[in-house]
Design a protein around this ligand. Structure first.
Ligand SMILES: NC(=O)c1ccc[n+]([C@@H]2O[C@H](COP(=O)([O-])OP(=O)(O)OC[C@H]3O[C@@H](n4cnc5c(N)ncnc54)[C@H](OP(=O)(O)O)[C@@H]3O)[C@@H](O)[C@H]2O)c1
Length: 532
């Protein structure tokens, strides 16, 4: 019977094969053979490892996986990588050779078994494949090769209940093997994955401790430590990443609305927009999204250098699902999140472009307001409005986290979560220091709006915010997120809401009962009879 090759033999024998084939290629080869030879020639860049086992494994070498693998290798850890389509493994090995100049301990595998055998025990394997069925397919491929105490870490944007289901399935698949499963949010896109993402790992605490030393080196580093912390049990890591993305939707929409007003009411040119966003990036709004926005306004169109690229981009924004999940969860937890919801709706509205084009020819807006706009005053008001709305948006996201934490018994540390978002991720911002400080002062804060500092800052800026929403409404410029945030603030601070009327209506048509202002018992009235 033929003996199976060990992990080292696979890597080394592949290297030898590739050297042989590249030296002795013949002219009469099929396309398939030529492609294989090409791959093998590329593979001759492989770094030959010693026979020691790798510290960690990574499956899924698309944008995120490839960059995270290189980041891990750069931090001095040995890593084995695998991808369903082998060409990406070859690419990764080649990049490791180029970027590490021979120093990265990264080895690629074509087959799953030698990949698993190349890992030190207990094994730690990060998956960065497309969420959904590909995750299940990858687990199927892996699970028979795993042993007691090994851990799979799904780094994708997965629905948190899927992570919990998979953890249960793995536990029941072979209880004697005790295979652990974690869901880890990874934020920061390609750049973050390569140079330091924000990491949100959730699952068994002992599995976290087994990879903590790696994650702490790989994560973005900020003034108060690496951007990683143990989030909590089960699907909590995926959940926190999902809410992070929801907050990201809110931030992006708010910035887009501010841009709309600066451009279409203030008449700012792209050069002026760039200056404004650059200035804003020096103060309390300093953040990755403000920074990239200023850079976007500087980019010329490659097709025509006299134009700016941003003006050539079609006004249709896409979404991949985490914003929708966030809003589904807000509804599930009964937590009002109007800023994030309006950001999601705005993307959906934008994607119905054909309808909008037709409607723009039929539906009337207000008549154009004449007169000069004081650009500096507008810029100042928008800065204040953006800051106030941003506080509301983060308040909503943090409130969903707190509610889910209570519901699922996760014991989420909201201050610590704000800290790990300070670097590496898309919503990284100086502002997160303020949120952390608010929760450090009072970990049970019912709302960020109730923090003394935030309350004062909004009070000082609210006149600007109200002027901006009024201006937008009068000019027919949609500001769904800025106005939803203001509505949220006004609703939250209001002693008496018109909900008495809603409850009366519910009792009228459905006998849903109501409580009185002077009695907390439940009553039903015959509303159709005006007098008793
Ligand atoms: N891109 C980002 O900026 C970003 C940021 C944060 C988080 N994420 C999340 O990170 C994960 C990876 O994202 P990504 O953009 O790098 O890659 P992706 O496009 O979401 O997925 C591509 C990867 O999934 C693998 N795959 C697809 N179907 C498969 C199947 N049926 N069986 C096994 N493997 C399969 C692909 O293998 P093949 O090469 O063989 O097709 C490839 O490795 C996703 O969950 C994503 O949502 C992405």
């Amino acid at each position: 019977m033929k003996r199976k090759r060990t992990a080292e033999e696979e890597a080394i024998s592949f290297y030898q094969t590739s050297k042989k084939s590249s030296a002795g290629s013949t002219s009469s080869t099929t396309i398939e053979q030529q492609q294989q030879q090409k791959l093998q020639q590329q593979h001759s860049h492989i770094h030959i490892m010693s026979t020691t086992k790798s510290d960690i494994g990574l499956i899924g070498l698309a944008v995120m996986g490839q960059n995270l693998a290189l980041n891990i290798a750069e931090k001095g850890f040995s890593i084995s990588v695998y991808n369903r389509t082998y060409a990406k493994t070859v690419d990764t090995v080649k990049r490791a050779e180029q970027e590490g100049k021979g120093s990265f301990k990264l080895q690629g595998f074509e087959h799953i078994e030698p990949f698993v055998q190349s890992l030190s025990k207990p094994r730690k394997i990060i998956m960065l494949v497309q969420a959904g069925k590909p995750v299940d397919a990858t687990i199927e491929l892996l699970k028979n090769h795993l042993e007691d105490g090994d851990t799979i870490i799904d780094g994708g944007n997965e629905w948190f209940l899927e992570t919990e289901r998979r953890a249960r399935d793995l536990a029941s698949f072979d209880p004697s093997r005790n295979i652990h499963y974690m869901g880890m949010g990874v934020s920061g896109g390609e750049e973050g994955a390569r140079h330091g993402p924000s990491l949100m790992p959730g699952g068994p605490i002992e599995s976290y401790h087994a990879i903590e030393h790696i994650l702490k080196k790989v994560a973005a580093q900020v003034d108060d430590g690496p951007c990683v912390t143990y989030i909590g049990p089960r699907g909590s890591g995926n959940y926190v990443k999902m809410i992070h993305n929801g907050i990201e939707y809110g931030d992006m929409q708010l910035i887009a609305e501010v841009y709309d007003l600066l451009k279409n009411v203030g008449g700012l040119s792209n050069e002026e927009l760039q200056q404004v966003f650059t200035q804003w990036n020096q103060n309390e709004l300093q953040s990755f999204l403000i920074e990239i926005t200023s850079r976007i306004f500087a980019k010329r169109d490659e097709k025509d250098q006299s134009k700016f690229l941003v003006d050539q981009v079609l006004d249709k924004s896409g979404s991949k699902g985490t914003g929708k999940w966030t809003i589904q969860e807000c509804a599930e937890r009964s937590v009002p999140c109007p800023t994030i919801a309006s950001a999601l709706d705005a993307r959906y509205m934008s994607s119905r472009r054909d309808e909008r084009v037709a409607a723009s020819k039929v539906l009337q807006g207000p008549s154009a307001v004449s007169g000069q706009v004081d650009k500096q005053a507008l810029v100042n008001d928008l800065k204040n409005a953006l800051y106030c709305a941003k506080i509301c948006s983060y308040t909503q996201g943090m409130n969903v986290l707190r509610e889910a934490s209570n519901e699922f018994g996760w014991d989420l540390k909201l201050g610590e979560i704000s800290r790990i978002w300070k670097g590496g991720c898309i919503i990284r911002a100086i502002f997160l220091d303020r949120i952390k400080a608010a929760y450090d002062k009072n970990k049970d804060l019912p709302s960020l709006l109730m923090d003394g500092e935030f309350a004062r800052e909004i009070a000082e800026r609210q006149e600007s915010w109200r002027r901006i929403v009024t201006l937008a409404v009068s000019q027919g410029i949609p500001v769904p997120a800025l106005s939803a945030s203001l509505g949220y603030y006004d609703s939250y601070r209001r002693l008496r809401l018109p909900a008495n009327l809603i409850q009366a209506q519910r009792d009228f048509f459905g006998a849903h009962t109501y409580q009185r202002v002077d009695d907390s018992n439940w009553f039903h009235s015959d509303w159709a009879t005006p007098k008793l």
